[in-house]
Design a protein around this ligand. Structure first.
Ligand code: NAP
Length: 295
């Protein structure tokens, strides 16, 4: 598949801001979608260093860039430079998608909704489970907020810094006063004792599992066949945590689904068209084929 359309005055530019940016698979995914729908659009990776973020946002307007994704480390810092933040992104406190509406820049957050979409696609109803969230960083905020919106009534946050866990818990409590939301300091791998009547959905939102030398973020001896274990990490396709959980009979949900669905939702915000999900998934799997030869 050719990565570029032939540029013309009709060509619309989309892209992603990040630092670093070389690892991003969003260009492949969105190009495949644009080509599938015959749209004269291009999607470019922009390496934006933190000290250039303000000028980069100005350039969106000047260059009439139609839409952007935003990734590490800009998701929070970009917010003051935008003209409007939608209510979901406001509650999360981070933006991963920008739409340019005639020079007016509107920020959205599709990360959490993308995660919930990946659960539903795997046949998991988060409303029927108690959530055990490991980590309380940027992605965890979006995921937790979307789980609340999807009906999860019990969310337990375990993060290495108590203050980060508390901060996220307080944000959630403001949105759902009746729910059970707890926050604890947690050293990855340490035992926990959690009493809950509902079956568990464990979500790893830490980067533990990206590197070969990483320890598991959670002790696998706790996991049984009634659990669902999801990992936000998408590289490797299946983390050591997911492989171990699968061996113990749990249902596992890799981070690829979240990556895909945060992208399909962004595509729909920008174009108003239904995203070609199958084609976007294929593009991702193709990009992943080095990690997962059978994909
Ligand atoms: P982040 O804002 O840096 O948050 C990372 C969280 O993990 C923080 O709570 C951090 O704790 C904790 N953490 C980091 N290293 C740790 C360690 N060694 N032990 C224990 N806790 C540790 O990052 P993020 O943006 O949320 O991203 C988190 C992960 O999600 C990354 O692997 C990223 O690739 C993945 N992600 C996937 C998707 C997708 O579409 N699938 C989307 C977004 C993110 P501190 O606050 O104390 O540092």
């Amino acid at each position: 598949m050719s990565p570029f359309v032939s540029p013309s005055s009709e060509t619309k530019v989309f892209g992603i801001f990040g630092d670093p940016i070389h690892h991003s698979l969003s260009p492949q995914m969105h190009h495949a979608a644009f080509q599938a729908l015959n749209l004269p659009h291009v999607y470019l990776p922009f390496h934006i260093r933190p000290n250039h973020l303000k000028e980069a946002v100005h350039a969106i307007r000047v260059l009439n860039i139609q839409g952007l994704n935003v990734t590490i480390p800009h998701k929070e810092k970009i917010m003051p430079y935008l003209d409007e933040i939608d209510s979901v992104a406001q509650k999360i406190g981070a933006v991963n998608t920008i739409k340019n509406e005639g020079g007016r820049l509107i920020g959205f957050n599709t990360d959490g909704l993308g995660f919930v979409a990946s659960l539903l696609e795997a046949g998991i109803d988060p409303a029927k489970r108690a959530i055990l969230l490991i980590g309380a960083g940027g992605a965890a905020k979006g995921v937790a907020m979307a789980l609340l919106a999807a009906g999860s009534r019990e969310i337990h946050i375990y993060a290495r810094r108590q203050i980060a866990a508390e901060d996220l818990a307080n944000r959630l409590r403001k949105c759902a006063t009746q729910n059970t939301i707890t926050a604890r300091a947690y050293t990855p791998g340490a035992e926990i004792s959690l009493q809950t009547e509902k079956p568990l959905l464990l979500v790893n939102t830490t980067p533990l599992g990206m590197k070969k030398e990483d320890i598991l973020p959670f002790p696998i001896s706790k996991i049984n066949a009634e659990w669902v274990v999801a990992d936000l990490i998408y590289r490797p396709y299946e983390t050591p945590l997911l492989l171990a959980a699968k061996e113990r009979g749990a249902i596992t949900v890799p981070g690829l689904g979240m990556l895909l669905h945060q992208g399909t939702l962004a595509f729909e915000i920008w174009t108003g068209l239904k995203a070609p999900t199958k084609i976007m998934r294929q593009a991702l799997l193709q990009a992943f084929s080095k990690d997962k030869p059978s994909a």
